[in-house]
Design a binder for this molecule. Structure first.
Ligand code: ADP
Ligand code: MG
Length: 247
C-alpha cells in the first residue's frame, strides 16, 4: 500500500461544550478530488482549520505523506506541500491581480534570491504568467483585485492558493455565491487541478459534488457519517436522512 498524501487520525476539537469535530479519521488519495459534505455547522470548515494548522486539535493527528504535521504554522505546512483557499475571500483588494499572484508565488524563489528586487524573481514571475493564462485572468492582470467580479475573485483565490505549487489544495466552498455559468467553469478548473495536485474540497452544490468527486466524506454534527464513491453516498439511507433529504 502506498502512503496517502494526506491523512487525519482521530481529529477532535470542542468549542465550549460543542464537539465541532469529533474523532474524524480519513485518508486522501493522490491526484484525486475528495469532497467533504454536510449540513451547515457540521464542522467542515473547522476540519480544514485543523488540517491546515490554523487550529490545534484537542486530540488526533494530521499526516502529510506519512509525516506528522499536526498544528504546524502556515509556513511549515506550505513547505510540506499544503495550501488552502478560504471560505471568506482572502485577497489584497488594493493590489493588482498579478501582484496578488506574485506575492503568493514568491516562495518558489530560493532563499538567496528572496530579498532581490522584483525583476530578479524569475521563477515567481513565470508562475504568475502561467496562472494568469490558466485561470483566464491575463486581461485583468493590472486590475485591482477589488475591481474583479465575484466569480473572478473566487477564481483568483484558487490561483493564489496554487501559486506555490502545493501537493494538496484545500478549497472551502469555492463556488459559493457564483452564478451557474461561473460554477460550471470553476468545476472544470478544479478538475484540471488534479493533473498536478490533490484536491480536498468542501462544496454544498450536490450536483457538482456528484459530478466532480472521486471520493465523498459526509460530516454530521462533527462526526464522519459515511464515506465512499459519490453513487454510494447518494444511495446511503443515513446520508439521505441527515443531509441529502434537505438539499
Ligand atoms: P461548517 O463549515 O460545516 O458549516 P463550521 O466548521 O464552520 O461548520 O462550524 C462547526 C460548529 O462549530 C458550528 O456550530 C460553529 O458555530 C462552531 N464554531 C466554529 N468555529 C468556532 C469558533 N472559533 N468558536 C466557537 N465556535 C465555533
Ligand atoms: Mg464552512
Amino acid at each position: 500500500m502506498t502512503t496517502p498524501i494526506l491523512e487525519t487520525r482521530n481529529l477532535s476539537i470542542a468549542f465550549g461544550g460543542l464537539r465541532a469535530v469529533d474523532d474524524v479519521s480519513f485518508s486522501v488519495e493522490r491526484n484525486r478530488i475528495t469532497t467533504i459534505i454536510g449540513p451547515n455547522g457540521a464542522g467542515k470548515s473547522t476540519l480544514f482549520n485543523l488540517i491546515s494548522g490554523a487550529l490545534r486539535p484537542r486530540s488526533g493527528h494530521v499526516l502529510i505523506e506519512g509525516v506528522d504535521h499536526t498544528a504546524e504554522p502556515p509556513y511549515r505546512m506550505q513547505a510540506a506541500g499544503l495550501a488552502r483557499s478560504f471560505q471568506i475571500t482572502n485577497l489584497f483588494f488594493d493590489l493588482p491581480v498579478a501582484e496578488n499572484l506574485r506575492l503568493a508565488a514568491q516562495v518558489l524563489e530560493p532563499w538567496s534570491l528572496a530579498l532581490r528586487p522584483v525583476s530578479a524573481s524569475r521563477k515567481a514571475l513565470q508562475r504568475v504568467d502561467e496562472l494568469l493564462e490558466r485561470f483566464a485572468l491575463a486581461e485583468k492582470a493590472d486590475y485591482k483585485a477589488g475591481a474583479l467580479s465575484h466569480g473572478e475573485q473566487r477564481r483568483l483565490e484558487v490561483a493564489v492558493a496554487l501559486a506555490c505549487k502545493p501537493k494538496v489544495l484545500l478549497l472551502d466552498e469555492p463556488t459559493q455565491g457564483m452564478s451557474h455559468g461561473d460554477t460550471q467553469d470553476t468545476a472544470a478548473l478544479i478538475k484540471s487541478l488534479t493533473r498536478d495536485a490533490t484536491v480536498l474540497l468542501i462544496e454544498h452544490d450536490i450536483g457538482l459534488v456528484m459530478n466532480l468527486s472521486d471520493h465523498v466524506i459526509v460530516l454530521h454534527q462533527g462526526q464522519k457519517l459515511a464515506e465512499g464513491p459519490p453513487a454510494e453516498i447518494r444511495n446511503n439511507p443515513a446520508v439521505q436522512a441527515a443531509y441529502l433529504g434537505h438539499v
